[in-house]
Design a protein around this ligand. Structure first.
Ligand code: ADP
Length: 591
């Protein structure tokens, strides 16, 4: 019932008004009656006293006459008795009709010298009487006043009071109904507005101006609604900004819930899939690429950023997938079209490969002729010989550079095919040692494979290499292309000889790590300052340019090693401590 509050208020008012009217009636009626009786009593006592005086003083009339006269004058019955209680005169009945009156309470009091007052119903006529008796010498006089008139007046007054109360009650009821209706209406408005706000109408307001409690509640609701409206507008605005931003991006973005349903997608995403994105449907219905789906699933479960390369979303195009976990579960995936980047990259690699290839022949010929001329040049023709030597040296350097560039371009482009086979790590180490031991010796450097005791001291994982003679024998076989790994060892040992010769020795080794075997080439030379370590594997990055050139370095050796490792699904890194030497470590996956 909508007006429940109205009826509750009205019922409360009715109870209060009825209680007030009843209390008023009872109190006023009672008080009025009491005062009336007191007045009558006082009057009657006075009259009785006057009667007593006359009875004692008037000797010219008989007692019966005095009683009759006074009774008529007072409108009351007069009775005179002697001290024995015998009735001497009575204004209404013959004295002999009356019984002895001494036992009546008013006479009893009067005969003992006091004023007697009593009220009772007459046994004969049934009307209530007020009796007052006063002592006289040798007896007492009494006046009996009928209270029937008083009762009639009393009843009339009560009726009047009742009707006045009824009128007042009706008036009060009207006012109460009006007040209840008014308060109920105000509360109903507040309830309506609260319900509208709850339904999403944030512009709904109560607009109460009154400052009473209801007004303050209304004000609080209006204030809350205003705040919510502002916050909502701010949220909507930032959401629109985000949507605009996402739609203006080149990359396709899609958000997927924890249970794999598409939450939203930007415009590039919709353009990417011919059938459009299906919101609230499994993501696999929109994008079927397995690499994309794996990245999204892994990011959702591992709560970490996952990347991948998707090639089957659009035929002939490749996408870089980055899936990041969303705070509330699920993931957001960004698809970057790699087709153009890869095309540019390929053009660049092809260009470098072509240039290197084209330079090869003229450089070989320059180098050849310089050498031929050098052979025939007189020993003492110093300047000519010196110039020829410079030409030969530089053409040799350029040859190395073009060779390295070509190798790098081929490895990077995947043109160089690696035949990965299952190889024991010990074999790779021994091949490297065998090939470079003699060259190292000519440089005055000792090259050897780390023995078991040294392996133990080098820590992690190597403690498992318990075979005393050749700990590397126990290592699991790795997947590797022998030629390529030889090239990696060659580059690393070559560097160790060029930059770490001061240490006098180079150590090769390997140890097992989770899912891979880690090889290393360690020298004990000057080391590399730590700030250079992260960039060491970039092409043409050299710590000391002059030194590298002077030693015939091209700045490409480590870059080539890195790309060979990447092609093997492995990795490479460097550790170094200044003045203690450098250690280059690379990992090959277990076969
Ligand atoms: P480069 O042909 O100049 O040797 P790399 O790519 O092989 O080119 O090496 C890059 C740079 O890393 C070198 O120029 C050198 O400064 C530094 N480097 C490589 N190996 C070592 C090493 N064992 N000790 C100190 N520095 C090294």
């Amino acid at each position: 019932m909508r007006n429940r509050i109205f009826f509750k208020l009205l019922a409360a008012f009715v109870v209060v008004i009825v209680a007030a009217a009843v209390a008023f009636d009872v109190m006023i009626g009672g008080a009025w009656e009491a005062s009336l009786r007191t007045e009558i009593q006082r009057n009657l006592i006075q009259k009785t006293k006057l009667l007593a005086h006359r009875v004692e003083a008037d000797r010219s009339h008989s007692l019966a006459d005095i009683a009759a006269q006074e009774g008529q004058a007072a409108g009351a019955r007069v009775t005179v008795i002697d001290s024995a209680g015998k009735v001497l005169a009575d204004s209404e009945a013959a004295p002999f009709d009356l019984q002895s009156a001494a036992s009546w309470p008013e006479f009893k009091a009067a005969l003992s010298g006091n004023i007697g007052i009593a009220e009772r119903r007459s046994a004969t006529i049934g009307t209530p009487f007020l009796f007052t008796a006063v002592p006289i010498s040798g007896g007492a006089v009494r006046l009996a006043y009928p209270l029937s008139d008083v009762e009639a007046i009393s009843a009339k007054v009560r009726r009047r009071l009742a009707s006045a109360s009824t009128v007042a009650f009706l008036l009060a009821l009207l006012v109460a109904a009006f007040a209840s209706r008014w308060s109920a209406r105000r509360l109903e408005r507040i309830v309506d507005v609260a319900a509208r706000i709850a339904d999403g109408d944030l512009q709904a307001r109560v607009h109460e101006t009154s400052q009473d409690e209801i007004g303050r509640v209304a004000g609080a609701i209006d204030k809350t609604a205003r705040r919510v409206e502002h916050s909502f507008a701010a949220v909507q605005s930032s959401q629109r900004q985000l949507e605009t931003l996402l739609n203006s991006m080149q990359d396709a973005v899609v958000a997927v819930s924890a249970d794999g349903l598409v939450q939203w997608a930007n415009r590039p995403m919709n353009r990417l899939v011919p059938q459009g994105t299906r919101l609230q449907q499994p993501v696999v219905e929109t994008i079927r690429d397995p690499d994309f789906l794996t990245a999204v699933k892994e990011a959702t479960h591992s709560r970490e950023v996952k990347t991948g390369r998707a090639t089957s979303i659009v035929p002939g195009r490749a996408f870089d997938v980055t899936a990041a976990p969303l705070p509330d579960g699920g993931a957001v995936a960004v698809l970057r079209d790699l087709t153009e980047t890869e095309r540019v990259e390929k053009t660049r690699r092809d260009f470098i490969a072509n240039v290197s290839h084209e330079l090869r022949t003229p450089l070989t010929s320059i180098q050849g002729y310089a050498e031929t001329l050098l052979d025939g040049a007189p020993e003492n023709g110093a300047p000519t010989r010196e110039f020829l030597e410079i030409i030969r040296k530089n053409s040799a350097r350029m040859s190395r550079l073009t060779e390295d560039l070509l190798t790098l371009a081929r490895v990077e482009s995947g043109e160089t095919r690696f035949d990965a086979e299952s190889v024991p790590p010990a074999e790779l180490l021994h091949d490297a040692e065998e090939n470079f031991r003699e060259i190292a010796r000519t440089h005055g450097i000792e090259l050897k494979i780390q023995d078991s005791s040294a392996a133990g001291s080098s820590g992690n994982g190597s403690s498992s290499l318990s075979n005393h003679d050749s700990p590397t024998q126990n290592l699991p076989r790795v997947l590797a292309d022998r030629e390529a790994i030889h090239q990696v060892f060659s580059n690393l040992i070559d560097n160790a000889m060029k930059y770490g010769a001061a240490g006098g020795r180079i150590v090769l080794g390997a140890r097992a790590v989770p899912h891979a075997v880690e090889f290393f080439v360690q020298d004990f030379g000057a080391g590399i300052p730590s700030e250079h370590l992260p960039r060491l594997f970039e092409r043409f990055y050299r710590v000391d340019k002059a030194r590298s050139r002077e030693s015939g370095g091209t700045g490409l050796g480590l870059a080539i090693a890195k790309h060979i490792m990447l092609a093997h699904g492995g990795s490479i890194r460097a550790e170094s401590e200044l003045a203690h030497g450098s250690k280059f470590l690379f990992r090959l996956p277990i076969a």
